[in-house]
Design a protein around this ligand. Structure first.
Ligand SMILES: Cc1cc2nc3c(=O)[nH]c(=O)nc-3n(C[C@H](O)[C@H](O)[C@H](O)COP(=O)(O)OP(=O)(O)OC[C@H]3O[C@@H](n4cnc5c(N)ncnc54)[C@H](O)[C@@H]3O)c2cc1C
Ligand code: SF4
Ligand code: SF4
Length: 402
């Protein structure tokens, strides 16, 4: 329950202003905050009180209570592309996985769509698997803000009681999910590479642990909802089914300017991020086997012939030969191109977790026992410095013939 520390409360009314449910009032006679029965324990007032006068005591939830939580939620993150609002691929990928989980649980799949004018995205979300779109439109949700988005999502979670909530592990998702977990005192498993339902209807959250040396299966047995974040490209995007129907439920958003403590003053678009390996369809990826920075010329030439993009292992980033945005793996990006060619990469688990969802993997390594060959569709045992010029020559000949 929500407790007011009467000694600390100054009667400033901030809690009254930020509560999305009108569930806390400052009593005029006492000038102290009083909690009403309709408090959902969403936590918005606790983080807003500047005098630490509010706290939530959460009791262990009984198994019968846990069983009442139902529906799988996905956060429908969108972005602006050429001035248009478009849903992020990771939200669609999570709808695909969310559909599978919801079907196993026999529950509905819902997506939380927050923004100012975002209703036009709803039909496509339904076509990609959502049964319900919770549409939360408000002036103050036009741009992402930690406070605004965490407040609205926490309130929807507190009132709808889903069993599972999934977030994309994007920069904003990594910011948002822990805030909500802290407000609602929930567990959160970050960067999951696998999600499933076990025989006890619990969410089985798999992710690399101890530096990637083991794959840990994590449960949140005592709290609901169970929350996970998943990087882009880990799960495949589901096909769109134009015949699929669903409902759009408009949520009454009660958000006040005081609820948002940050303001976007200026947006500076970085022009350095010309290379986005997460969206590349062909990746020519290199590891320590390249030998020297000078040898990159050949790799770049091959990438050019293939209309591909250069990426690589952490070894090269550590050596300062490749910028970090081009690193594939656990501490880099997760990629899923149609073609991934790995030159001189051994195939450490931390690298494999970032690229094994690629459609076709070709590995070139002079060590026939290199672990990369275990995930490769095609393998060539040999010296990459001899093979790359040969590849370029064959591609040029092929282009000339066609
Ligand atoms: C917490 C943590 C996070 C990490 N995150 C990442 C990550 O995100 N991404 C990542 O990649 N790594 C990551 N690592 C590091 C990872 O464990 C490996 O050290 C790294 O992937 C090795 O890079 P590599 O394969 O290029 O180099 P190496 O392991 O040194 O392999 C080089 C390979 O090149 C081959 N070779 C050498 N010469 C030639 C040649 N002439 N022709 C063909 N083949 C040749 C060798 O046989 C060898 O297999 C992480 C490690 C930790 C502990
Ligand atoms: S915000 Fe804190 S100090 Fe202000 S009225 Fe509410 S409980 Fe009291
Ligand atoms: S916890 Fe949420 S619902 Fe309860 S009083 Fe605070 S802001 Fe309102």
């Amino acid at each position: 329950m929500l407790e007011v520390n009467i000694e600390a409360c100054t009667g400033c009314k901030v809690c009254e202003r930020v509560c999305p449910f009108g569930a806390i009032v400052v009593v005029p006679e006492t000038k102290k905050a009083k909690v009403l029965d309709n408090c959902t324990l969403c936590g918005a007032c606790v983080s807003a009180c500047n005098f630490d006068a509010l706290s939530i005591e959460r009791k262990a939830v009984s198994e019968e209570e846990l069983a009442k939580f139902n529906k799988v939620f996905v956060w429908g993150e969108w972005e602006r592309k050429d001035g248009k609002i478009v849903i992020k691929n990771v939200a669609l990928e999570l709808l695909g996985k969310g559909r599978e989980l919801a079907d196993k649980l026999g529950e509905s799949l819902a997506i939380l769509l927050l923004g100012k004018e975002v209703e036009h995205l709803a039909p496509s979300l339904i076509h990609h698997g959502a049964d319900i779109v919770y549409l939360c439109e408000h002036e103050l949700l036009e741009e992402y803000s930690t406070d605004g988005y965490a407040t609205v999502i926490s309130s929807v979670i507190a009132s709808e009681k889903p069993s599972v909530v999934l977030y994309g592990a994007t920069p904003n998702g990594r910011d948002l999910a822990p805030r909500i977990a802290a407000r609602l005192a929930l567990g959160l498993t970050a960067d999951c590479t696998g999600l499933d339902i076990n025989e006890n209807r619990q969410l089985l959250q798999t992710r690399p642990a101890f530096g990637g040396n083991i794959m840990a299966s994590i449960l949140s047995p005592y709290t609901r909802p169970q929350m996970s974040s998943v990087r882009p490209n880990v799960f495949p995007k589901p096909d769109s089914d134009e015949n699929k129907t669903g409902e759009i439920e408009r949520v009454n958003v009660n958000l006040k300017p005081y609820s948002i403590r940050t303001k976007i003053i200026e947006e500076i678009i970085s022009h350095d991020e010309g290379i986005n390996i997460e969206e590349a369809q062909i990746l020519v990826s290199v590891g320590r086997g390249i030998g020297s920075k000078e040898n990159f010329k050949d790799v770049e030439n091959l990438a050019k012939e293939l209309d591909g993009t250069v990426s690589g292992s952490r070894a090269l980033v550590d050596l300062g030969w490749l910028p970090h945005p081009q690193q594939v793996g656990q501490s880099g990006k997760t990629v899923a191109p149609t073609l991934y060619i790995a030159f001189g990469i051994s195939g450490a688990i931390q690298h494999l977790v970032g690229m094994s969802s690629s459609d076709t993997i070709v590995a070139v390594n002079n060590d026939a026992d290199a672990p990369i060959f275990k995930v490769a569709d095609f393998g060539i045992v040999g010296n990459m410095h001899e093979i790359i010029p040969e590849f370029i020559k064959l591609l040029k000949e092929h282009k000339q013939r066609n």
